[in-house]
Design a protein around this ligand. Structure first.
Ligand code: BTN
Length: 256
């Protein structure tokens, strides 16, 4: 599983670019990264800001043709673990995970992940896993300032030396970690191998959350992530499993 890295100073979106290049034939595990994105995309149709030279914007293409479509959202959870692992190992920061795939440091979002599937006749054609990490950002726009943080900011809060923080090194570490867990995932199609790491960092655990179900929002107490990637929640006396592909959760008093 050799990784082939391609870098652009500027691109609309690394997810878009890798999808375009995939149509012309791109080897599996190719990574496209950019110094800045002019049209970075987030989950649920939101924008994702990648200001010039201060953040990681990186996407990998996979061709897991043998896995079922319903297992694809689990790749996002594997990516979340890879990012958390990389940040902890490289910088000694404590991370938390907000289900399904936001990585937090000091209760603020440091990374977002957007996984996109291309399927034909109910079979997986390719999957693009896109990761954005706030690295050297000194500030954020008004709308996200209360809930966003960069690695440099988190390091400074702990009096750590930020000269060791490099986007390229972080990118490589993330994908190295990702492929280790991806290999394990391909054998079982589930998340058993990362389950303890994930649940030990799950910030929602035993907290009151608002489940944003398209069929109607409701309040619940989050318990744990299951090997399928679903979040187990308690609604009164009833336990429910919620699916990351369809539903997201919010803390009832704010972002977490
Ligand atoms: C989120 O909404 O939290 C997901 C953000 C994902 C952003 C990354 S940056 C690299 C890749 N390219 C994109 O356009 N989006 C993803």
């Amino acid at each position: 599983m050799d990784i082939n890295y391609i870098y652009y100073d500027e691109i609309d979106s690394t997810n878009n670019e890798i999808k375009r290049q995939t149509q012309k034939g791109l080897p599996e595990f190719t990574v496209i990264s950019a110094g800045t994105q002019t049209g970075g995309r987030g989950r649920s149709g939101h924008d994702w800001q990648s200001p010039k030279g201060v953040s990681v914007a990186t996407s990998m293409v996979l061709y897991p043709k043998e896995i079922s479509i319903r297992a694809v959202p689990r790749l996002t959870l594997i990516a979340a673990v890879a990012v958390a692992e990389a940040i902890e190992d490289l910088y000694g920061l404590k991370t938390a995970i907000k289900w399904p795939n936001d990585i937090l440091v000091s209760n603020k979002k440091i990374c977002g992940i957007l996984t996109e599937l291309s399927a034909k006749d109910n079979h997986v054609e390719n999957v693009v896993v896109g990761i954005g990490v706030n690295v050297h950002n000194k500030d954020f726009s008004e709308d996200i300032r209360h809930m966003a943080i960069s690695i440099d900011q988190a390091m400074e809060m702990e009096g750590k030396d930020t000269s060791l923080v490099h986007c390229k090194k972080l990118t490589e570490k993330i994908w190295e970690c990702f492929l280790i867990h991806y290999k394990a995932f391909l054998k079982t199609e589930d998340l058993t191998e990362i389950l303890d790491f994930y649940n030990n960092r799950l910030i929602n655990s035993n907290r009151q959350v608002k489940v944003l179900d398209p069929k109607g929002a409701y309040e619940a107490v989050a318990k744990e992530m299951l090997p399928t990637g679903e979040l187990l929640v308690e609604v009164g006396d009833e336990l429910r499993k919620i699916d990351s592909g369809e539903v997201s959760v919010r803390g009832i008093y704010g972002y977490v």
